[in-house]
Ligand binder design. Structure first.
Ligand code: F6R
Length: 606
C-alpha cells in the first residue's frame, strides 16, 4: 500500500508535506519519510513508526526546501525499520514508491554487479539505483522512462533529482496517482484526499502515464513519451467531514454516523412518494441477466455474501460470490450476459481493480458499488453506485459496510421489480421497514453502554467464535473480522450448522461464542446449534430480536436484544453490536483504534 506526496512550490513546503502525510497515514503507518532539495542537495529525513515520530525527528534535524516528496509505508519488502523507510536516495535522486516491483531481485543483482551499494531490503531501492545509473547517459525524463521499461509489477512513483532541482517526476502503473494544481504550487499524491486541503483541482494519471511538475506547470506524457492533456476534476469542499469532532477516534464517530448515513443513502436512491428505486442505465438488461458475480475483499466481501442471500431470495438469478484475490487468478469463464459487481469502500483495492480489469478485458459488463467516487474503480466500471456514507477514516470498515449492504439491497430489489420476481406486497413491506431502519440502528447505539460493560469479559480470552446461519452467517464472518483486526484476539466466524463438523473441538469451558440468531427461518436451528456449544462449556453471547423464554435460558451468559424488523433486514441491525463489541474490547486493551497494527485502510498491493 503506502501513501506518497510530492510538492513543488515557491516557498518552504515542510508543513504542507507533513500535513499531507498525516492524511495519508490510513494507507500505512510502519514508517514515514521526506526528501527535499535544500541548497542543491537531497536531504532525507525518515524513521520507523508514524508521522508523529517523523515530526519529532524533524524538529531536531530541521527540514526545509521548496521541492519535496514524502511517504508513509505499509511494509512489503523488508521489515518496518528506518533503513527500509522511504524515500530511498542516492547522490543523484530520491524516490518514494507505492506498490511492488516484482522483478526487483534480478535488477538488484545486475546493479550490484555494476558497483551499486544497497542500503535497504526494499524493492524500491532498485528504482533509485536504476535511475542513477541511467542518469549517467540520459536526461531526467529519458532516465525515468528507461527505468520504467525495466520494471515489472505495480507502482506509483515520486522522484526528485539533485541536478534537476526545480521539478518532481510522478509515474503510475497499477497504483493510483493524482496531481493537483494551484497558481503557485503543483502536487502529486496517492489520492485527492491528501491534496484537498491545498487544492480543489486535480487530475488522475492513467496506467503508463508520467508527469513532470514544477511550481508553475505540469506536463503529462503517455507510456510512449507522447505529450498528453488531462481532464481537471473539481473536488468537493468537504474538509470538515475529516475531523473527529467530539469523538475519541474516527471509528466511534463512524459507527455513530450510521443512522444518518442510512437516511442519506436511502434519500439518494428512493423516490419516497412512488416507492421506486432510482437506479437506471444497467450495463446488462436486468431481464436478460443470467448470473450475477459479486467480487470484493475483506469487509466488502462480507457485504457481497449478504447480497448473495438477497439475490437468491428476491430473484431467480444465479449468484456467485468471490474474494477478488482468488477470482482474478481462477480460470473464470467470463460471460457477457452475466453481471459482475465489484464492491469497495476505497475503490483502490488492487485485487478488486485487477478482477474488474480482467472482466472488462473479456468483454464483461461491470458495476461498482463504492464510497470514494473519485477512485480508480469508479473510473473503470460501466455502472457506478455510490454508497453516500462520506469519508471513512478508521481502518476498520463500519459505516461503509452498512452503506454497501444498503446499496446492494436497493440494487437487488430494483432488479427483482424489473424482472417481476418480487411480490408488490413484499417489496412495499421491505421498503417500509428500510425507511425506518435508521431509527432502529439508533436504538442499538443508544444502548451501547451494555456492550461496553460486556467488553471487560473479553480482554483476557484465548479466542472466540461468531456463529450464524442464513443472512446471519456473513454477519458472523464480519463480526469475527472486526473483532480480530481491532482486538488482536483470535476470532473465527462460522456457519452455526458447521460447528459439529470440526470447530466444536475448539470449544472449552468459558470460551466466548457469539451467536447471531434473529427470528428468521433459521432461528430454531441456530438455537439448537447454540445448545450444542453450551453443552461443551461455551459461554454464549446471544444477539437476537426474539424474546423466547426457552432460547434465553439460564445457560446463556448474556444477550443483546436488537429491535424487531422485517426478517430479511436483520443484517443492518445485528452487525451493529458486533462493531461496538470489537471497538470496546480494543479500547479497553489500549489498542490503536483507528490504526490497528499491521494494517492499512487502502490495500493497493495484491
Ligand atoms: C476491514 C476492512 C477491510 C476492507 C478491505 C477492502 O475492516 O476494512 O477488510 O474491507 O480491505 O477494502 P475496500 O472496501 O476499500 O475495497
Amino acid at each position: 500500500m503506502c501513501g506518497i506526496i510530492g510538492i513543488a512550490s515557491y516557498k518552504d513546503i515542510s508543513k504542507e508535506i507533513l500535513d499531507s502525510l498525516k492524511k495519508l497515514e490510513y494507507r500505512g503507518y510502519d514508517s514515514a519519510g521526506i526528501s527535499t532539495i535544500n541548497n542543491g542537495e537531497i536531504v532525507e529525513n525518515k524513521c520507523a513508526g508514524k508521522v508523529s515520530d517523523l515530526e519529532k525527528l524533524i524538529k531536531k534535524t530541521s527540514l526545509s526546501g521548496n521541492i519535496g516528496i514524502g511517504h508513509v509505508r505499509w511494509a512489503t519488502h523488508g521489515a518496518p525499520n528506518q533503513a527500509n523507510a522511504h524515500p530511498h536516495s542516492s547522490e543523484e535522486v530520491s524516490v518514494v514508491h507505492n506498490g511492488i516491483i516484482e522483478n526487483s531481485a534480478i535488477i538488484k543483482k545486475e546493479l550490484i554487479d555494476k558497483g551499486h551499494i544497497f542500503k535497504s531490503q526494499t524493492d524500491t531501492e532498485v528504482v533509485t539505483h536504476l535511475i542513477t545509473e541511467n542518469l549517467k547517459k540520459m536526461n531526467y525524463l529519458e532516465s525515468v522512462f528507461a527505468t520504467l521499461n525495466k520494471l515489472e509489477g505495480s507502482f506509483a512513483l515520486g522522484i526528485i533529482f539533485k541536478k534537476f532541482n526545480n521539478l518532481i517526476v510522478g509515474a503510475r502503473r497499477g497504483s493510483p496517482l493524482a496531481v493537483g494544481y494551484t497558481d503557485k504550487e503543483k502536487y502529486i499524491g496517492s489520492d485527492s484526499y491528501a491534496l484537498n486541503s491545498m487544492t480543489k483541482e486535480v487530475s488522475y494519471l492513467d496506467d503508463g502515464d508520467v508527469c513532470v511538475l514544477t511550481k508553475d506547470k505540469i506536463e503529462f506524457f503517455d507510456k510512449n513519451k507522447k505529450k498528453i492533456e488531462k481532464k481537471i476534476h473539481k473536488l468537493a469542499n468537504d474538509e470538515d467531514v475529516y475531523s473527529k469532532g467530539n469523538f475519541k477516534d474516527f471509528m466511534s464517530k463512524e459507527i455513530s454516523e450510521q443512522p444518518e448515513v442510512i437516511k442519506k443513502c436511502i434519500n439518494e436512491y428512493l423516490d419516497k412518494i412512488r416507492k421506486e428505486i432510482n437506479i437506471v442505465n444497467f450495463p446488462v438488461d436486468p431481464k436478460k441477466i443470467t448470473k450475477v458475480n459479486l467480487i470484493a475483499c475483506g469487509t466488502a466481501y462480507h457485504a457481497c455474501a449478504v447480497g448473495k442471500y438477497w439475490f437468491e431470495e428476491f430473484t431467480n438469478i444465479d449468484v456467485s460470490v468471490d474474494v477478488a484475490s482468488e477470482f482474478r487468478y481462477r480460470n473464470n469463464k467470463i460471460k457477457t450476459n452475466e453481471l459482475y459487481i465489484f464492491v469497495s469502500q476505497s475503490g483502490e483495492t488492487a485485487d478488486t481493480i485487477a478482477a474488474l480489469d480482467f472482466c472488462k478485458k473479456k468483454g464483461a459488463k461491470t458495476c461498482a458499488i463504492i464510497n470514494v467516487t473519485e477512485s480508480s474503480l469508479s473510473r473503470l466500471a460501466d455502472l457506478v453506485l455510490p454508497i453516500h456514507v462520506g469519508p471513512e477514516v478508521g481502518v476498520a470498515s463500519t459505516k461503509a459496510f452498512t452503506g454497501q449492504i444498503l446499496v446492494l439491497l436497493l440494487f437487488i430489489l430494483k432488479i427483482a421489480r424489473i424482472r417481476n420476481e418480487i411480490k408488490e406486497e413484499e417489496y412495499l413491506n421491505i421498503i417500509k421497514d428500510l425507511e425506518n431502519i435508521h431509527s432502529n440502528v439508533a436504538l442499538i447505539l443508544n444502548n451501547k453502554k451494555i456492550i461496553e460493560d460486556l467488553a471487560v469479559d473479553f480482554i483476557d480470552i484465548k479466542g472466540s467464535m461468531f456463529l450464524g446461519r442464513g443472512l446471519s452467517y456473513p454477519i458472523a464472518l464480519e463480526g469475527a473480522l472486526k473483532f480480530k483486526e481491532l482486538t488482536y484476539l483470535h476470532a473465527e466466524g462460522y456457519p452455526a450448522g458447521e460447528m459439529k463438523h470440526g470447530p466444536l473441538a475448539l470449544v472449552e469451558n468459558g470460551m466466548p461464542v457469539i451467536v447471531i440468531a434473529p427470528k428468521d427461518r433459521f432461528y430454531e436451528k441456530t438455537i439448537s446449534n447454540m445448545q450444542e456449544v453450551i453443552a461443551r462449556g461455551g459461554k454464549i453471547l446471544l444477539i437476537s430480536d426474539h424474546a423466547d423464554e426457552v432460547a434465553t435460558s439460564e445457560n446463556i451468559w448474556s444477550e443483546i436484544r436488537i429491535p424487531k424488523i422485517h426478517k430479511f433486514l436483520s443484517p443492518f441491525l445485528s452487525n451493529i453490536p458486533l462493531q461496538l463489541l470489537a471497538y470496546y474490547v480494543a479500547l479497553k486493551k489500549g489498542n490503536d483504534i483507528d490504526k490497528p497494527r499491521n494494517l492499512a485502510k487502502s490495500v493497493t498491493v495484491e
